[in-house]
Design a protein around this ligand. Structure first.
Ligand code: HEC
Ligand code: HEC
Ligand code: HEC
Ligand code: HEC
Ligand code: HEC
Ligand code: HEC
Ligand code: HEC
Ligand code: HEC
Length: 508
């Protein structure tokens, strides 16, 4: 499963290890990265447990380069660092310009920053990276890094030339981690999250396992419509690569600090954080004041003191943990994607209580602790109230199914494609349909738990009253509840009528 570039990298790494084995500090830095990279690939599911059911389509080599990438054969030859830029200036000028204007293409720009500049902190970052690369033998001690060129990401750090049709690669997380060890390690640490009562498998939900979550969804693997299914990967690729928040080829930290950076993925019917946030007080302050006046070049830790933030952004709230900001965004997660009784019934467990206390401290950067706790208590209870409506509807749907009363259940309900198993109101109802599977009540219930309840809870926790009362959330939950009650009564009346007719017929 490991691709060619991996082998190239490990050869380079082995060479560097020998070349730099003179000092023990060198070996420690080497070991940290190598261990992390090894674990990164060991944890990676590849095509996953349902891998024999599907084949990647061409575009997926970009969503998951680790498993599927192969270089194009339209261009052949061995090219140097300089030639990459020269030829691509004609071939793909947009990328070259973006790169030239970025930190990677302009490291002297960082060296020459004025101490008053909000980007001045990058100077120390650059020096740290140089020291790290020296410890790996890529640079001589004290030597400066000239640039982070095309070849450093698309071939290997420090390479002088590469064979375009064989050695070219798309950079995964580890390829960035060679230089950005700290961010790589922080991002990977999301895999350590362990739920106290097994509500989610270890590490879930998080960016660090989002590809795994994707390929381990049975209906995703079973869907014959691969061009539609690959749309899931367009959000679920951060386990594979780092350009979700830092778009290529600008790779900007300022961009990633803005709420828009999350919007491409955190929107829509089952994760509408973007809509909820933008229409909340916090989002409106960002839109009316923040976008124009706040300084997004300032690191998150100085957002209020130097950046001028007067309201929180997505990543300010979610990257913060006890006053520190890292690439692990899940250290305060409690409800985790969708509310279930397994979470609602355990909120008093210390694991959940400590995370809630931590949220209160986050909010207390601006609000009083009491205001924050009162709101979070309200949001918890409001979420549970929504969950109760959904759970009652679920019982009705389950009973119809258990009694064989779903419309068409006895003679027109084919099984979903394997490895999916038939079940009432299941996730597959949103992505597969044939004859009377799913029936209308299945679909309504699937919408209820996977869409409305999630929007309801996200609206509450992002302080958007329109979101959780009327437009989405509560009002929608009740609408579907009404529909399910209505169907239930209608189906049962029909069933009684049918039985009565049969009885009358048999008496004739
Ligand atoms: C003589 C021109 C030329 C040179 C030199 C060159 N490239 Fe390319 N490169 C191309 C062309 C043309 C394509 C588009 C191939 C296609 O679309 O089939 C391409 C494609 C790429 C791609 C995208 C591949 C993909 O799968 O979509 C990357 C990345 C790339 N080049 C990087 C590099 C790097 C790194 C170097 C230097 C080692 C380099 N190129 C040197 C012409 C060149
Ligand atoms: C900091 C790392 C980095 C550098 C430097 C870099 N790239 Fe990329 N490049 C990426 C990433 C990440 C992707 C997306 C990978 C994926 O989708 O699997 C990418 C994708 C590409 C692609 C194919 C996808 C597309 O949208 O066309 C081309 C072509 C490309 N880069 C060209 C270049 C050229 C030319 C340079 C130098 C001017 C360059 N890159 C420098 C990280 C880098
Ligand atoms: C050869 C080393 C190297 C590689 C490989 C590399 N970077 Fe960088 N990167 C740097 C250096 C040096 C800086 C400038 C110092 C800083 O801001 O951290 C930088 C800066 C950045 C910044 C901040 C830029 C800004 O203007 O705000 C981001 C974000 C970033 N890199 C992401 C990435 C990603 C993502 C990848 C992989 C696709 C990557 N880097 C690959 C060395 C590298
Ligand atoms: C490229 C798409 C993408 C971008 C951009 C993105 N995310 Fe995510 N995010 C995801 C996916 C997919 C998941 C679900 C992970 C899984 O499947 O386990 C997720 C999960 C999360 C989680 C954990 C959710 C939980 O239920 O525990 C948080 C928190 C989060 N993202 C915050 C952010 C923030 C803040 C930003 C912007 C700075 C952001 N994300 C940008 C795709 C994205
Ligand atoms: C969910 C969005 C998100 C993803 C995904 C993400 N980053 Fe970041 N990254 C950020 C934010 C936000 C900052 C600014 C942090 C701060 O100011 O404390 C940042 C900062 C950085 C910096 C510091 C640059 C500087 O000059 O300040 C580097 C380097 C970096 N990220 C690399 C990576 C790498 C490598 C990956 C993949 C392992 C990655 N990022 C994935 C959001 C993201
Ligand atoms: C004021 C702080 C704050 C801001 C700003 C914020 N969130 Fe949240 N977010 C929360 C809280 C609190 C929760 C619920 C946490 C819990 O589970 O108890 C939450 C929940 C989430 C979740 C589900 C995971 C979970 O913890 O339940 C995701 C994903 C998410 N937010 C993404 C975003 C995105 C994307 C944005 C911006 C568009 C954003 N958030 C803005 C505070 C914030
Ligand atoms: C628009 C971006 C986007 C698309 C498209 C998308 N997802 Fe997600 N997915 C997310 C986000 C964001 C989360 C986490 C949200 C949260 O916690 O609030 C998530 C959560 C999940 C989870 C639960 C987390 C876990 O670790 O198990 C699974 C499973 C999942 N998605 C699978 C899929 C499948 C399968 C598809 C396609 C049918 C898909 N997703 C399409 C963004 C997306
Ligand atoms: C960076 C400062 C800041 C942080 C941190 C912050 N908020 Fe706010 N919040 C504000 C501002 C400013 C308003 C608008 C106040 C107004 O309406 O006059 C606001 C409004 C609200 C509102 C709407 C009610 C109202 O008074 O307008 C709620 C509820 C709320 N915040 C809850 C929270 C919670 C819960 C957290 C933590 C998860 C949090 N906030 C974090 C600045 C912040």
């Amino acid at each position: 499963m490991k691709s060619k570039h991996e082998k190239v990298l490990s050869c380079v790494a082995a060479f560097l290890l020998i070349a730099s084995a003179a000092s023990t500090g060198v070996l420690a830095a080497q070991a940290d990265f190598d261990q992390l990279r090894e674990k990164y690939y060991a944890d990676h599911p590849g095509k996953g447990k349902f891998g024999d059911l599907w084949e990647p389509i061409a575009i997926q080599k970009y969503w998951n380069p680790i498993d599927f990438y192969t270089p194009p054969d339209t261009i052949q030859g061995k090219f140097t660092r300089r030639q990459c830029v020269d030829c691509h200036l004609g071939m793909t000028p947009g990328w070259v310009h973006a790169w030239r204007d970025s930190a990677h293409g302009n490291l002297d720009g960082i060296r020459n920053l004025d101490p008053e500049d909000s980007r001045f902190y990058k100077k120390a970052e650059l020096e740290r990276i140089e020291a790290h690369l020296a410890s790996r033998g890529v640079l001589q001690a004290g030597e400066q890094l000239d640039e982070v060129g095309c070849i450093d990401c698309h071939g290997g750090v420090g390479m002088d030339a590469l064979e375009h049709h064989t050695e070219l690669r798309m950079p995964d997380r580890a390829a960035c981690g060679v230089c950005h060890l700290q961010q790589f390690a922080e991002a990977e640490s999301e895999k350590e999250q362990t739920w106290p009562q097994g509500q989610w498998p270890q590490g879930h939900p998080s960016h660090a396992v989002d590809w795994k979550a994707n390929v381990h969804t049975a209906v995703w693997a079973a869907m014959p419509q691969r061009e539609v299914a690959q749309g899931c990967d367009m959000c679920h690729y951060q386990q594979n690569k780092c350009d979700g928040c830092h778009t290529r080829h600008s790779f900007s930290a300022a961009e990633a600090r803005m709420p828009e950076a999350c919007a491409t993925c955190h929107n829509g019917v089952d994760h509408n954080e973007w809509e909820n946030y933008m229409l909340s007080k916090h989002g409106v302050i960002y839109a009316t004041t923040g976008k124009m006046n706040w300084d997004f070049e300032v690191p998150l830790k100085d957002a209020m003191t130097k950046g001028g933030y007067t309201a929180p952004t997505c990543v300010w709230c979610h990257a913060e943990f006890e006053g520190e900001f890292t690439h692990n965004l899940v250290r305060k997660v409690r409800w985790g994607f969708n509310p279930t009784p397994a979470i609602a019934d355990n909120l008093r467990h210390p694991w959940f209580e400590e995370r809630k206390d931590s949220w209160v401290r986050t909010c207390s950067n601006c609000h009083s602790a009491r205001f924050a706790r009162d709101w979070l208590d309200t949001a918890d209870k409001g979420t549970i109230q929504g969950l109760e409506v959904e759970q009652e509807a679920k019982k009705i749907v389950q009973a119809l199914y258990d009694e064989g009363l779903m419309v068409g259940q006895k003679d027109n309900r084919p099984a979903p494609p394997a490895p999916e198993a038939d079940a009432p109101g299941a996730f597959f109802a949103l992505f597969w349909a044939k004859d009377n599977n799913p029936s209308l009540v299945d679909r309504i219930h699937a919408d209820m738990w996977e869409h409305d309840l999630i929007k309801h809870y996200k609206g509450l926790f992002h302080m958007n009253p329109g979101g959780f009362t009327y437009t989405e959330g509560w009002s929608e939950l009740l609408k579907r509840y009404t529909e399910i009650q209505n169907e239930n009564t209608r189906i049962r009346e029909m069933d009684a009528l049918r039985k009565e007719v049969e009885m009358l017929k048999s008496q004739r």
